[in-house]
Design a protein around this ligand. Structure first.
Ligand code: AMP
Length: 274
């Protein structure tokens, strides 16, 4: 496996399967890399590791984001990556050029979820993902369901911009006790980590409820009982993330964002249980 830092070195990997990340990789990310390898059929598997400044709406979050490149690269090699692309910010955003923010799809602006609680976040995500797609030129890219709204935003952007890249998704990888793996979990104190379990438990409980109102009520109650700062705990249409209409057949998703100590956590699950 090669580690490259310049765009010029990416030529041999065009047409491969791509996994974009911000590093501090865990088993959830490595599952994406293994899936990319499985899908690749011999084409190159490229993992990018770039902590994208333009998608952080909180400078403190950006400053303390964990950076563990050596361990990340070792894990990527083991999971089947051919290339790790770890560019400096100047390579991604050259000072003499402006890297455009694509027109944001509605799912990045209307639902009132991540879009409302992290202003500017999806503009940064779309900007960096489009730029990465332009320099890596993959045939397919693999994303995690952990960031459900982001996944819908990427799908919508790829369709809207006619990028012709197949977007594949993998279910959230969890710790044994249900906590969704996240690079930010290292910041949880042991007491906060315990309280954070209320999030996956609330999603599980909500999945057993028959109505959206009951599901949202039980999530709010469980999160409040665990003393978490709830930003949202809702059931929405799975791809637009707008409130459910009257059609009983539309796929739906329960989604939570909550603050636990100094850490903001998000998670989601299919709703209702099948
Ligand atoms: P990031 O953690 O922002 O670097 O995310 C890079 C990719 O990994 C995104 O597609 C995420 O959705 C995905 N990802 C992050 N955590 C998990 C997880 N626990 N399970 C599966 N995919 C994940």
């Amino acid at each position: 496996m090669r580690i490259v830092t310049t765009i010029a070195e990416l030529d041999p990997c065009f047409g491969g399967v791509f996994v974009p990340t911000m590093g501090a990789l865990h088993a959830g990310h490595f599952a994406l890399v293994r899936e990319a390898k499985r899908l690749s059929g011999g084409r190159p598997v490229v993992v990018s590791i770039f902590v994208n400044p333009t998608q952080f709406n909180d400078p403190k979050d950006l400053a303390r984001y964990p950076r563990t490149l050596d361990a990340d690269a070792a894990g990527c090699a083991e999971a089947g990556a051919d290339v790790v692309f770890a560019p400096a910010a100047v390579a991604m955003y050259p000072p003499d050029s402006s890297v455009a923010v694509p027109r944001l799809p509605e799912v990045a602006t209307r639902p009132g979820l991540e879009d409302a609680h992290r202003p500017g976040h999806f503009a940064g995500v779309c900007q960096v993902v489009k730029r990465l797609f332009e320099v890596v030129r993959p045939a397919a890219a693999v994303f995690g369901e952990k960031d459900w709204q982001q996944l819908q935003v990427i799908r919508a952007m790829v369709a809207q911009e006619h990028l012709g890249i197949a977007i594949e998704a993998l279910p959230t990888v969890r710790e044994e006790d249900g906590l969704a793996m996240s690079s930010r979990n290292v910041f949880l104190s042991s007491e906060d980590r315990c309280r954070a379990l209320a999030i996956s438990r609330a999603l599980c409980e909500a999945a057993g409820k028959k109505s959206v109102t009951e599901a949202e009520r039980v999530m709010a109650t469980m999160l409040r009982e665990a003393n978490l700062g709830v930003e949202y705990a809702v059931v929405r249409e799975a791809s637009t993330l707008m409130p459910l209409g009257t059609s009983a057949t539309t796929p739906a998703r329960a989604l939570i964002a909550a603050r636990c100590g100094s850490v903001r956590l998000i998670d989601n699950a299919p709703w209702p249980r099948g």
